[in-house]
Design a binder for this molecule. Structure first.
Ligand code: SF4
Ligand code: SF4
Length: 293
């Protein structure tokens, strides 16, 4: 999560605050989209015991209320961290992926995921307190996740325009392999590149794409033991997605291998992979029809 390109790793933080007039947030900037949609995935947003929307919202809101009454001194900010860590459940799906206690809700209506230590937060009065965090100020300032570099601008623009839900957006945005494979499949079916204008001209296609992207949360073929949604996307690849292969005696995967793998499709049940392929097929076919109507 992050903010303005001009201050770069404001990448570890989606700030909701408007940029100074001379700065411009590019229309393919992934960390912050609007006053209600931003990303905090690289600060460990989803690496919490209760990763439901309601659970994360409650967590961030409680922190933000508490931080609003925290004096801006080094001692008090560090005391805030200790208090948060004492009061909140510290069990993590990924124990080696830091979850930052300074992640909260920011912005005029306190409804955007963002960094409570960021200098653009009004109560910080222009001071950057991110040096007090686990990663340190420099990392918080300069880090950008792989998706920000690897996805083509047109894919990023479509993602920003179509996903209106912060919870889904933050879960999707780091999924560069999944997103690349989904957009490539759409382009393969249309036999041409797709652009944001395609979706502006076809509102129904917009909804169909949002449904397709929503499978990141609602994928019905994920094994129950992989219910937690956190994605480890750092370059050291410490938690790769399991490689999928069909059970003995079943045909090989015909299509959608990357999508099936990135969605963590279960393979231990007879016919499961084939049903998952057919499910994806119908979703893509509907989207294709919308775009061609
Ligand atoms: S995970 Fe990526 S998109 Fe999200 S805030 Fe971090 S750098 Fe930005
Ligand atoms: S201080 Fe925490 S919330 Fe803020 S950018 Fe750094 S890791 Fe993210």
């Amino acid at each position: 999560m992050r903010n303005l390109r001009a201050t770069s790793k404001d990448s570890l933080n989606g700030q909701p605050i408007s940029p100074p007039k001379a700065q411009k947030i590019d229309d393919d900037y992934l960390c912050q989209v609007s006053g209600s949609v931003s990303c905090g995935a690289c600060c460990g947003l989803y690496n919490v015991a209760n990763d439901s929307r309601a659970g994360i919202e409650a967590l961030l809101a409680a922190r933000s209320r508490r931080f609003a009454t925290t004096p801006r001194t080094v001692e008090d900010i560090l005391r805030f961290r200790r208090a948060i860590e004492q009061h909140e459940n510290q069990e993590r799906p990924l124990s080696d992926f830091h979850h930052c206690p300074y992640l909260g809700l920011v912005g005029p209506r306190q409804e955007t995921v963002g960094c409570l230590l960021h200098p653009l937060e009004p109560l910080n009065r222009g001071l950057d307190f991110r040096s007090l965090s686990h990663y340190g100020g420099m990392t918080c300032h300069i880090y950008f996740c792989p998706a920000t570099r690897l996805l083509p601008a047109r894919y990023k623009q479509m993602l920003r325009a179509v996903v209106m839900d912060w919870y889904l957006y933050g879960l999707l945005v780091t999924e560069h392999r999944l997103l690349q494979a989904i957009f490539e499949e759409i382009e393969y079916r249309l036999n041409r590149p797709v652009f944001l204008d395609d979706f502006r001209e076809h509102p129904e296609a917009c909804r169909a794409l949002e449904d397709l992207l929503g499978l990141r949360i609602a994928w019905p073929f994920r094994p129950s033991e992989r219910a937690q949604l956190v994605n480890y996307f750092f370059n050291d690849n410490r938690h790769p997605r399991p490689v999928i292969s069909p059970p003995a005696g079943e045909p090989n995967i015909e299509r959608y291998r990357t999508i099936l793998q990135e969605l963590e499709t279960r393979t231990d049940t007879a016919g499961h992979l084939r049903r998952a392929e057919l499910y994806l097929d119908s979703q893509f076919r509907f989207l294709q029809e919308c775009l061609q109507s």
